[in-house]
Design a protein around this ligand. Structure first.
Ligand SMILES: Cc1cc2nc3c(=O)[nH]c(=O)nc-3n(C[C@H](O)[C@H](O)[C@H](O)COP(=O)(O)O)c2cc1C
Length: 205
């Protein structure tokens, strides 16, 4: 599979900001351009889980993220859009990326995507991705799942969406939090066709 030149990455307010931050780092390191969308709730979870606030202004938030990732040299690859920026490329089928990843995906955003709600840019970008027949990957996180959550996931799967739960395996004998995070991020990169060396493949040393 050829890696995409650009990806839309939406971070929503489910627990697991570290998955998104690690995925963002790996995409940028691999030379993939990222259009980044961060929901209001994701900012709250980011502050809770990462221990630092993301500024509201897209340029300042971008600078904070690149500083956190120690990736200032790839800043041209990252564009952050406010969730009410209806003029951004991701809001239109004429200029959206080949693939969109929602990671982590809250049950609220999952429901919005499953029912075509577009009242913020993340829902709109997902709606555009689906209507244009492009690839959508969602990384849901909740426990336990209700019938509503499961029905929404089934609905999305039936539309061709990849449901890739934030459920790390343990057969690679993780020794650290990074190992668990890398397991999930490696699966997302595999789905995108982006080469990864975060974890070795089953049957390889
Ligand atoms: C610290 C924290 C953790 C949360 N974890 C989850 C979660 O794992 N899954 C989920 O669906 N919602 C979770 N929520 C609730 C969502 O953030 C909330 O439903 C929000 O409205 C989702 O909005 P969004 O989809 O626009 O990001 C969490 C909220 C906070 C503050």
């Amino acid at each position: 599979m050829t890696p995409p030149e650009r990806v839309t990455l939406a971070i929503t307010g489910a627990s697991g900001t570290i998955y998104a931050v690690t995925l963002l780092r790996e995409l940028l390191r691999s030379g993939v351009a990222v259009a980044l969308l961060i929901s209001a709730a994701a900012r709250v979870v980011f502050a809770t889980e990462m221990g630092c606030e993301l500024p509201q202004a897209p340029q300042a938030a971008k600078a904070r993220l690149l500083e956190l990732l120690k990736l200032a040299d790839v800043q041209a690859l990252l564009t952050l859009y406010a969730v009410d920026d209806w003029f951004s490329p991701v809001a239109s089928g004429s200029n959206c990326a080949e693939v969109m990843v929602v990671c982590p995906c809250s049950m609220g955003t999952l429901a919005a995507i499953a029912t075509g709600q577009s009242d913020h840019l993340i829902g709109r970008a997902a709606d555009v991705t689906l209507k244009e027949g492009k690839r959508l990957i969602v990384v849901p996180r909740e426990s336990p799942y209700s019938e509503i959550h499961l029905r929404n996931m089934l609905r999305l799967r039936q539309m061709g969406v990849t449901i890739l739960p934030a459920s790390p395996g343990f057969y690679h004998q993780p020794q650290s939090l990074d190992d668990l995070v890398n397991f999930v991020v490696a699966r997302i990169l595999d789905q995108l066709g982006v080469p990864q060396q975060l974890i070795s493949r089953w049957g390889e040393a």
